[in-house]
Design a protein around this ligand. Structure first.
Ligand SMILES: [Zn+2]
Ligand SMILES: [Zn+2]
Length: 194
C-alpha cells in the first residue's frame, strides 16, 4: 500500500474506480449523502461526494455533492487544479481558532499554515494536542499528564476510532460515518501512506 500511485480509495464501499489522474498519494473516500424523510421514516440518497486528502497541496477537502460519484470526482479534481494553480497561497483563519486556515485566493484549506499558539506545560513544545479544564496544554507524549474529564473522553475516542478504522480497513465493512479528518491521520500513520 505504501507504493500506490494515483489516488488510493479508502473505505471503498461502492467498489468505485477512480477516473481522474490524481497525484500520487491522494486519498479518496467515497460517501453517500442521505436525507431522512420523516413521513416515510426512511433515508434517501441525496447524492454522492468524496472526502479528499491531497498531499500536494497538503489539504483535506470535500468534493461537491452531486448525483453520481463520477461527477463528484471530476468536480473534486477540478478543485485540486484550482488549488494547484494558485500562484501564491495567502492564509486567513476565518472561523478557526487553531493553526488551520484557508487561502484567501483559491480557498485551499490547510491544517497548519499558522504557528501553534500554545505550549505543552511539561516540555514546552508548541502543541494543541489536548488541554485540561484550566486550559493548560499537553503534547501527545505528555497527554497522560492531563487529568480532566474531557481528556479521558478524548483519549477514549481516539483509541476507539483507531481500532475501528484499522478493523474497517482490514475487513472493509460499511462504517462510512466514521470517516473524518482525524481518522485520515490515523490511516496515514498506520499505513505509512505519507
Ligand atoms: Zn491559494
Ligand atoms: Zn510535552
Amino acid at each position: 500500500m505504501t507504493n500506490h500511485t494515483g489516488a488510493y480509495i479508502a473505505f471503498n464501499n461502492f467498489d468505485y474506480k477512480s477516473i481522474c489522474t490524481w497525484p500520487d498519494r491522494t486519498i479518496l473516500i467515497p460517501n453517500r449523502d442521505d436525507v431522512y424523510n420523516e413521513t416515510l421514516n426512511e433515508f434517501f440518497p441525496r447524492g454522492f461526494y468524496f472526502e479528499i486528502y491531497s498531499k500536494n497541496p497538503d489539504s483535506y477537502f470535500l468534493s461537491p455533492t452531486v448525483p453520481t460519484l463520477e461527477e463528484s470526482e471530476k468536480l473534486g479534481y477540478k478543485m485540486l487544479l484550482i488549488y494547484s494553480n494558485c500562484p501564491n497561497h495567502e492564509f486567513e483563519r476565518r472561523k478557526y481558532t487553531s493553526n488551520s486556515g484557508f487561502c484567501k485566493h483559491c480557498g485551499l484549506f490547510s491544517l497548519n499554515p499558522f504557528p501553534l499558539r500554545f505550549k505543552c506545560s511539561i516540555c514546552s513544545i508548541a502543541t494543541e494536542y489536548c488541554k485540561n479544564d484550566d486550559n493548560v496544554y499537553f503534547c501527545e507524549k505528555h497527554r497522560e499528564n492531563n487529568i480532566s474529564y474531557d481528556n479521558e473522553v478524548f483519549l477514549n475516542n481516539k483509541r476507539y476510532s483507531k481500532r475501528v478504522n484499522i478493523r474497517m480497513l482490514r475487513e472493509n465493512i460499511d462504517k462510512k460515518y466514521f470517516c473524518n479528518i482525524e481518522n485520515m491521520f490515523e490511516l496515514k500513520f498506520e499505513y505509512n501512506l505519507y
